[in-house]
Design a protein. Sequence first.
Length: 258
Amino acid sequence: MYAKSLMRAFERAAEIILEADGRATALTGAGISVASGISAFRGSQGLWDKYDPLEFAEISSFKRQPEKVWEMLGEMLAVVEKAHPNKAHKSLAELEKKGLLQSLITQNVDGLHQAAGSRKVIEFHGATRHLCCLDCDWRWVNFKISESKSLPPRCEECGAILKPDVVFFGEPIPKWALLEASAAAEKAKVMLVIGTSANVHPAAEMPILTKRSGGRVIEINLEPTDLSGPVADLTILGPADQVLPEIIAACKRLNSNE
Ligand SMILES: [Zn+2]
């Protein structure tokens, strides 16, 4: 059982979402996938604790020594491939199905939103399941490391070592993703910010865009962030895989009271 104040917060979130009448979007980050066994890159036990991002996540270092970077990528892709969506991913898919969420912007590269059933997903930082060739633009769609016979995987056209189609440090966010995400943020009457401190640009601008266009921001995070207070209209502190199902339950209660 939750404290009364928390129950009220779930209900308030549900009210705001229902008032938006479908014009809602979400911005998700690493925090939403932690319950699926994918540890956040930053922070203790993150991937960057083990591998120096300067050495492994910079595009210049991938270009210089792709075999070495694939040691880290191999480990990362294997973890992602085994992961299953959790209740937070499933709740967002349910909101979309109910017509209450029109899009979802994610900073994650794990594909778990799609695995949960979300359809309108804007992958801001790309996805690990697709590989691309830096030399000739050949793409390997839905690569599976568990079925891969040799690593690192190579381009079938030119033989170059392939790169997961994710945004490395030093690479720009794909232009179409930025355009789509900005449009979604501006259109939204409410943005749910989930499992991200939203301090990495340009993802950080998305809640601000919603706010400037007159929309509201609901934040669901374990700890307060820079958004709490100045930007967020409502901050709920707690794990997303517990909070989101409660908000959906509150939506159902409100709807049945009408
Ligand atoms: Zn190629």
